[in-house]
Design a protein around this ligand. Structure first.
Ligand code: ACK
Length: 828
């Protein structure tokens, strides 16, 4: 470090330090670990791994994997599901020798989770685009552990489900305890491999639902997905393993199979334009899916007046007729004519379209023919039925059932079931092996089944270091000795911020040439520059501005501790003599206001992009309010403080006026009202009360501006005196909200999303802070088609109704645009 100035000394006193952490990294290695501010990202940015809280109200913290591409946080895997970190505890995911990936509690040093691996070589953890976290021995180029081997409640394409008899690996799903608790819950969904493989959903030890044995195409009793263009399935059944997996025909589709905490198996597909997960399969779906509801030889019919029938009325009867009269079907059915196996007179009757019985007591051979199968069954008097194991083509393989046949179901649509040959007494046979098909045979079930429309059962088991990387301390030459600024605010945690020499930054910006000037910011001019091969934006503190120094310190303190994809990244700073510089990642698309309020440029922001921007700002603000290690109130959220990256992703910038809070504090009262009028909530502008809800108000204004392409301040309408808020409120009440949409863009393809956004905006600008949603609700309301509360009348909806406001006491301003930041006004 070169010269230590008074300011620097001041900063050092204010703030002791710690490393500055990157947001996104792509490997965890011996020298690179993951903290709560970081995420490990897959190469194509499909998945992301990091620390998360199941809900905003939860104090528990887990390490998990979720989709990066979608903003609805969808966790697909959890590491420490039974041993979370608690709020105040700091966690780290790192590799400890020898080759063990662990989650450590940095406060207590407790081991919270471990991959339980060892390796003599160098080990690195990476997240693949399949959602699989893999631990690699880099010398041997060998995978030593993968998260796909430890599924939680989600089966992703390419994951295995089943068992390997050699390695003793078993893959099954286990539900979360509840929507906020990823601990192992009551339900499991697994392949029962004790006999011929079938799927079972269990609550504790009790089977709740069973998908029949695999028949080469599907799990018996499951409508096939053959015509479905989305998935392909594979099932391997051999001496070594029984493994089911599915894949996507089009890898850009996002799909998952989950077992939720209430025991529902669900296959969902992400619908991009609906911005939500759409369920395409949900099991158990109906009463008839209840395991063995009708007992042995019974079949569930879905007929309202009688749930259960016997498989074949002419040959079976209820075992307990009285029970059937009282809707107790559990006794099932028995044969009218007893078997007489000893005399060798029994035969077999074919039943078609049947969900094959529970294979608990079964035997199978994959190479036998049906004829051989029959002979084998005939010889064994306890063998009650046989069927092909594989129904493809002519059919092949042999599956035998012993003792009673349970959990059978006859289908009428021919899609889910298959043939089974059931042992019958000679008197129940014709001269030849009889076929009884529920579709063709004229049985009682058929009559009833055809009399009702049965729903089709759709089953089928379905189914950096920083700034890429702002290489820490890779700068000796260019930046001046590779030092860092130790930053700490009072009792809070320390950070380390790369410190650059003034000369290096001056060189990077062509000596702060006017050609490089991007504009005038909160505390001075902003320049574009190239430093260490990367584009940067440099804020230069006006030499004369004492207020700017205050903001400068504030920005360093606040933003150096924050890392989120929707916050602009502070890469470093420079403090030499009177020169104070802040160095940021460069945002090629500049600020949001340069787009939305510009006639020509606004046409480049279609609705999809605008919605993406709204959602991104919401997530960034949520992070500030709830998820970051500090609770930050930005206090100056506005269009000019939203920067846009190369892909038009929004990043909240300018933390000069931000305030941080610890513990449960959500706001404060100040006599120094700072911010920008047209984005200020009434309680803040008038009484100096600021809270997360005053940021929510500003967010609401921003949403309405993004939708309409009009500024709240200075809004003019020929019919009334209302500002933009008032105009939006008026249009909303008259059912004309769509008229608010910027006419410079094409008609939005998703009007419901537009209306939802406007309503969310109006909810945020309600007069009473308590009525405004918090940012977590905002994120949810924007992303889901849930019913929205009715917004109440907004605050400040006419240009003139700011009661008691006297802004004559503005001390000074720091911007010269018409939408300047009021650095300080005295609240009355
Ligand atoms: O709207 P703009 O073009 O985008 O003008 C303002 C100006 O500097 C003063 O704030 C631009 N600006 C600020 N920070 C950055 C950044 N990190 N990358 C690119 N432009 C920036 C902003």
């Amino acid at each position: 470090m070169k010269e230590v100035t008074t300011i620097y000394v001041l900063l050092l006193i204010l703030l002791p330090i710690q490393q500055i952490y990157p947001t996104e990294i792509n490997v965890i290695s011996d020298s690179q670990f993951l903290t709560e501010e970081d995420t490990l990202v897959s190469p194509a940015k499909t998945f992301e791994l990091g620390f998360f809280r199941p809900s905003d109200t939860e104090t528990t913290i887990y390490v998990g994997i979720w989709y990066k591409k979608i903003f609805v946080k969808t966790v697909v895997w959890v590491a420490n599901r039974d041993r979370p970190l608690i709020s105040a505890e700091a966690g780290v995911l790192r590799i400890v020798n020898p080759g063990n990936l662990v989650i450590m509690n940095n406060v207590t040093n407790d081991l919270m989770w471990s991959s339980n691996t060892t390796s003599s070589g160098n080990v690195a953890a990476k997240l693949l685009d399949t959602g699989n976290l893999v631990l690699m021995d880099q010398q041997k180029e060998m995978m030593i552990w993968q998260s796909f081997d430890y599924p939680t409640d989600t089966l992703l394409p390419g994951m295995s489900f089943g068992r390997n008899f050699l390695t003793k690996k078993e893959w099954h799903l286990s539900s979360w305890k509840n929507s906020q608790d990823p601990a192992v819950g009551e339900f499991t969904y697994s392949i029962d491999t004790l006999s011929y493989p079938q799927n079972e959903l269990r609550q504790g030890d009790v089977v709740k639902y069973r998908a029949g044995p695999w028949n080469g195409i599907r799990f018996s009793g499951a409508s096939e997905f053959k015509q479905n263009p989305i998935f392909t399935y594979s099932m391997v059944i051999n001496e070594t393993e029984v493994v089911y997996s599915y894949n996507l025909v089009n890898s850009s589709v996002l799909s998952r199979l989950t077992l939720n905490y209430s025991g529902q198996i669900e296959r969902t597909v992400w619908v991009d334009n609906g911005k939500k997960w759409q369920s395409i399969l949900s099991l158990p779906k109906e009463t008839c899916d209840t395991y063995n509801i009708c007992g042995a030889y019974g079949s569930c019919t879905l007929v309202s007046f009688q749930t259960c029938m016997c498989l074949d009325d002419s040959k079976f009867m209820p075992k307990n007729p009285k029970g059937w009269e009282t809707a107790d079907w559990s006794g099932g059915c028995v044969r009218k004519t007893p078997l007489d196996c000893e005399n060798g007179s029994d035969g077999f009757v074919r039943y078609s379209d049947v969900k094959l019985p529970d294979t608990q007591n079964s035997w199978f051979n994959l190479s036998m023919t049906l004829k051989e199968c029959e002979a084998k069954c005939r010889k064994n008097c306890t063998c009650m039925a046989y069927a092909n194991t594989d129904i493809r083509g002519e059919g092949s393989g042999c599956l035998l059932w012993f003792n009673e046949l349970n959990d059978i179901r006859v289908y009428f649509d021919g899609k889910g079931g298959q043939d089974i040959f059931i042992r019958m007494a000679s008197s129940d046979l014709g001269n030849f092996t009889q076929t009884v098909s529920t579709n063709k045979g004229g049985t009682n079930i058929k009559t009833i089944l055809l009399a009702v429309i049965l729903p089709v059962l759709l089953i089928g088991f379905s189914s950096t270091w920083f700034f890429c990387v702002w290489r820490k301390k890779r700068h000796a030459k260019a930046t001046g000795e590779g030092e860092s600024l130790q930053v700490q605010e009072s009792n809070s945690e320390a950070m380390e911020l790369p410190l650059f020499s003034f000369s290096a930054v001056a060189k990077a910006t062509a000596s702060f040439s006017s050609d490089n000037k991007l504009g005038e910011g909160g505390f001075g001019p902003v320049y574009k520059g190239i430093l260490e091969g990367g584009e940067i934006a440099v804020k230069r503190l006006s030499i004369t501005s004492s207020q700017g120094l205050h903001e400068f310190k504030n920005e360093v303190i606040c933003i150096s501790k924050l890392q989120h994809r929707n916050l602009v990244k502070l890469l470093g700073c420079s403090i030499e003599g009177d020169e104070k510089l802040l160095i940021y990642e460069y945002m090629p698309n500049k600020s949001l206001d340069s787009f939305i309020f510009d006639k020509v440029r606004s046409t480049l922001l279609d609705w999809t992009k605008r919605f993406n921007i709204i959602a991104g700002i919401a997530r960034g603000l949520l992070y500030l309010h709830q998820d970051s290690r500090l609770r930050i109130i930005h206090r100056d959220l506005k269009a000019s403080n939203i920067l846009l990256d190369h892909d038009m992703n929004p990043k909240i910038s300018d933390f000069g006026l931000a305030r941080s809070f610890g513990g449960n504090e959500t706001g404060a009262n100040t006599e120094r009202v700072v911010g920008t009028y047209s984005y200020m909530s009434p309680e803040y502008a008038l009484d100096g009360i600021f809270s997360t809800k005053s940021d929510v108000f500003s967010f609401g204004v921003l949403v309405l501006e993004i939708v309409s392409g009009k500024r709240n301040r200075g809004f003019i309408h020929p019919e009334h005196d209302n500002n933009l808020i008032g105009h939006a409120w008026r249009m909303h009440n008259e059912g004309r909200s769509m008229e608010l949409v910027d006419t410079n863009i094409e008609k939005p393809s998703n009007p419901s999303e537009v209306l939802r956004s406007i309503e969310v905006g109006l909810l945020c600008v309600q007069q009473n802070p308590e009525d405004r949603p918090n940012m977590s609700s905002v994120v949810q309301l924007l992303g889901n088609e849930v019913a929205l509360p009715k917004p109440k009348q907004p605050a400040f909806f006419t240009q003139r109704n700011i009661p008691g406001a006297d802004f004559s006491s503005i001390l000074y301003t720091t911007r010269s645009t018409n939408e300047f930041t009021v650095t300080e006004i005295v609240a009355r």
